[in-house]
Design a protein around this ligand. Structure first.
Ligand code: CMP
Length: 134
């Protein structure tokens, strides 16, 4: 089924000048980028995006990192886009992510693991609404 998912290239991807190469992978796969913008997230927006992690020991570090520089927010569309994009992104910890995935190929630590991607239809709907208001 054709789906939309929310993808965000994190400040480390922007600082390391990897955004072109990462976006290329999604396009090469056949996925379509239907919305895209660059922004610096406010603390308020960051806390909303990562609401489910509030209270965890890495929460503060995560919020500080994600608000430390510009991010690229996107809506990506395609068949089974949510699971396909998650597969392409790889496991949360880049040390465990398979080679061939974005985190496996470019990442080495957390929270700076380059990319965020929605994990379910419900998250995708919520995150697209948060960033694009629709
Ligand atoms: P993301 O897929 O955006 O979802 C939550 C984020 O929290 C995750 O990517 C990492 O950036 C960060 N994160 C998850 N686990 C840890 C951890 N153990 N230490 C630091 N950051 C983490």
């Amino acid at each position: 089924m054709r789906e939309r998912t929310f993808v965000m290239l994190k400040p480390d991807a922007v600082k390391r000048k990897l955004i072109g190469r990462i976006i290329q992978r999604f396009e090469d796969k056949g996925l379509e980028i239907v919305e895209m913008k660059m922004l610096k997230m406010s603390r308020e927006l960051a806390e909303k995006l990562y609401e489910e992690h509030r209270g965890k020991d890495f929460f503060e570090k995560l919020i500080n990192f994600i608000t430390s520089g510009r991010v690229v927010a996107m809506v990506i569309e395609g068949e089974e886009a949510i699971s396909v994009v998650r597969k392409m992104v790889g496991k949360t910890n880049p040390l465990e992510a398979d080679m061939g995935t974005i985190r496996g190929d470019f990442g080495y630590s957390t929270p700076d693991n380059l990319v965020h991607a929605s994990d379910s239809r419900e998250s995708a709907r919520r995150e697209i609404e948060l960033f694009f208001g629709r």
